[in-house]
Design a protein around this ligand. Sequence first.
Ligand code: FES
Length: 151
Amino acid sequence: MMNDRENAFHIVAYCCHYCAYAAADLAGVLRLRYPAEIKIVELPCTGRIDAREILLTLEHGADGVMIAGCLEGDCHFQDGNINARRRIERLKQTLSEIGMDPGRIEMYNLSSAQGNRFAEVATEMTERIIELGPSPFRTMVRIEDAVESNP
Ligand code: FES
């Protein structure tokens, strides 16, 4: 039986320090509301995130993962955000192939001045994930726990 904490949705937002992280901060300063389901993880650049890390995030209980980087052409590490987008597109394909909805991951681009946009995409992502329901990984982990405790 799941408790309220287990029922809550968890969405990890990997945010680039130079843009989305600052935009999330600005959203806070402007008192713009975005869903509490969003848990922000700061990255030096979205180019640092790889498919393995996103899959581990899903495996460890996230129902969705958003990656938010600088606007195209504005990455402080040249093509970090372009490479990240490519990886996300490939990973979406892989998720489809294993029967998981690719909409559970999404890449966004925004500037540090777009506090409004951050609140908007965080809300959009949360609504999408609530619509999709809890991640199938969560059920699998519970089944594995049950098997381990009842060998
Ligand atoms: Fe922001 Fe690369 S520095 S995405």
